[in-house]
Design a protein around this ligand. Sequence first.
Ligand code: PHE
Length: 357
Amino acid sequence: MDALRGRYLDGIAGASDESSLEDIRLAALGKKGEISLKMRELGRMTPEERQTTGAALNRLKDEIDAALRARKTALGDAALDARLKAEWLDVTLPARPRRQGTIHPVSQVTEEVTAIFADMGFAVAEGPQVESDWYNFDALNIAPEHPARQEHDTFFMARAPGDNRPPNVLRTHTSPVQIRAMQERGAPLRVICPGRVYRMDMDQTHTPMFHQVEGLALGRDINMANLKWVLEEFCRAFFEVDSVELRFRASHFPFTEPSAEVDIRCSWEGGQLKIGEGDSWLEILGSGMVHPKVLAAGGIDPNEWQGFAFGMGIDRIAMLKYGIPDLRAFFESDLRWLKHYGFAALDVPGIVGGLSR
Ligand code: PHE
């Protein structure tokens, strides 16, 4: 009995983890454990023997059981101590300084525009910034000799010597994504296509790279009235004013017929721009009914489908909404400008509760 006790208690004291403790428990007290087997032998003893041996075995069993528990607790405490030492943290350290980065107004406004149009059932479509001549011009009813090509101040990509195909271009507008969306998704269709566009131009309100968002809605009887409602609804939500007044001015684009440029009523009183009231008008976008040839280029039957399209300058409406006077500053990466006009990362625009609050 003493030899048994010595062996097991030594084993328990030397066990270094829970699984070796469990092995010891099974060897001693498990169903086929040494002590359990000895208990079974009691039946073959005389009543006197049974009384002394049985009591001694029971005491030994309790002793081993207690030693196992104590060792298990000690091992757990040691592990916790080790963890506390390793995961040490000085809670008296000062809090982190305000983060330096902010969300750029173009990113923020793109999110705002996307949230508003998503609410009206428009999906987001994208296309490449290096675009083929066909997608950027021909498919949009701008033939090679069309004067609109000159107006676009296009950047052309170089071709390998001897390659006589027309050069690719940096897309001059987001309208080529109309064609890609029609080809990929078919009609009926409701998409907006935000993204970068490029034109050789630079002054206070023009930069060689800027951002547009294209809108395209195709159905069996979508008309100019639908276009007007969607744009008014958009402006109300975007500029966060209850009433907006839009002016549709007859215009010309090769890819729409009829075409309209859209101005928004505003005032410049005291040098402050106010949207929705006043005697001035500000142009914010081009639009119209998609030209049948453009539908056909997108693989859509113009006898069955019709719809509207518009193209809006994202930087432009960002300047208007947030009172930013110079477009060039958008792309200078001046940290002071970004801190002043940028947005906090958690200011995620949503329809509920106002876009910019
Ligand atoms: N693509 C035109 C531009 O960049 C805008 C536009 C888009 C006009 C869609 C009408 C319809 O000026």
